[in-house]
Design a protein around this ligand. Structure first.
Ligand SMILES: *Cc1c(COP(=O)(O)O)cnc(C)c1O
Length: 359
């Protein structure tokens, strides 16, 4: 199947205070793959609908992977993308896990350069706004045999992103400990960004909402006691150690998504002088140490929502507060350190910002 870009662009919009995921920018980049030509037919054009055969393998067997990364307006007026090389590498890992062709990093980065170059004028200098980039790759061959596709389409689209959880991007959320559903299992796909991980999580998100919470906390599938992630974000805890606060995040056991934000915060926290550790944290420990005052802060992090403080935790037998339910000092300091680096307000570690000139 070849991709044809129809000449009619889809409606796009760039409202002054967009939500998350609907204020699409004007363009998209597409690149096709087949075993004869490899990656070929690179196009940069208007964001358009795709013609899809009803037997498109990606629709039936979920050979679909994606990424999420952001471009930020810098204090000097330029625009830079945060650590896109990490997303390019993770995209390749996702492709390997799903028997899909790996997109070379330089093609991934060239697509980012093209789209951000073309659409960056939609990004105002409001530091709460960003351009969220969504790379996607899916199986396009029309065939219903249960086997990998022989053809794929990579595409990159974008939207202007505002705050993820409503108007105050730093309002603490209430979370429900997920006791009924699991996100990831050993040997499964929890450590890659494939589409099939997300649809099945919606029911747990609805249960969380019905319990008055904004997010679900995922526990490990085997023992149902180790904290893994929160929604589509990684988690952090601040624990009071002998010589001050320590920053703790669940270890990457193979069922957690290795977040770029997680990795960045580990680096920045160490740079701010906090001892950091990656270890298993049980939900019992979380509750007991929150109540005893040893754990004083909890937050989630990811590209979309940046750093989101957790204020209250609901479990089947009651709920507890984290600290006094408001954003803690370490959470606030880490969020500021990250946002300052993303916007060029403080020097970024080598290679973290990819400046992209306008086209
Ligand atoms: C994308 C994602 C994250 C966050 O990763 P970042 O690279 O920081 O955006 C965390 N958990 C899950 C399940 C994710 O899909």
């Amino acid at each position: 199947m070849t991709l044809e870009l129809t000449p009619t662009p889809l409606p796009t919009q760039a409202p002054t205070r967009p939500g998350h995921g609907d204020a699409f920018t004007d363009h998209m980049v597409t690149l096709a793959w087949n075993p004869v030509d490899g990656w070929h037919d690179r196009r940069v054009g208007p964001l358009t609908a795709l013609p899809l055969h009803p037997a498109t393998i990606g629709l039936h067997y979920a050979q679909v992977i994606f990424e999420g990364l952001k471009a930020h307006r810098q204090v000097d007026g330029s625009v830079a993308v945060f650590r896109p090389d990490r997303n390019a590498t993770r995209f390749r890992a996702s492709a390997r896990r799903l028997e899909m062709p790996e997109l070379p990093e330089e093609l991934f980065l060239a697509a980012v350069d093209d789209l951000v170059g073309l659409d960056q004028h939609l990004l105002s200098d409001d530091p709460d706004l960003s351009i969220y980039l969504r790379p996607l790759m899916f199986a396009t061959e029309p065939n219903l045999m249960l086997r990998p596709s022989g053809e794929y389409l990579f595409l990159l689209m974008a939207f202007v992103a505002g705050g993820f959880f409503g108007t105050d991007p730093f309002a603490p959320v209430s979370v429900l400990v997920g006791r009924t559903h699991t996100r990831a299992v050993p040997g499964g796909t929890g450590d890659v960004k494939c589409a099939a991980n997300y649809g099945p999580s919606f029911v747990a998100q609805r249960l969380a909402r019905e319990a008055g919470c904004q997010q679900v906390v995922w526990l490990d599938a085997l023992e149902r006691r180790w904290i893994e992630e929160m929604g589509g974000m990684n988690m952090f805890f601040v624990r009071q150690g002998a010589s001050g606060p320590e920053v703790v995040t669940p270890a990457l056991t193979g069922t957690l998504l290795p977040g770029v934000t997680r990795d960045s915060l580990l680096t920045l926290a160490a740079g701010l002088g906090y001892p950091v550790s990656e270890e298993r944290v049980s939900v019992d420990q979380w509750r007991e140490e929150s109540l005893s005052g040893r754990i004083t802060e909890t937050f989630a992090c990811g590209t979309a929502a940046v750093v989101t403080p957790v204020g209250r935790v609901h479990d089947t037998d009651g709920h507890w507060l984290i600290g006094n339910g408001t954003p803690g000092p370490v959470t606030t300091a880490l969020r500021k350190a990250l946002v300052d680096v993303q916007h060029g307000r403080t020097p970024a570690p080598e290679g973290w910002l990819r400046p992209i000139p306008p086209r």
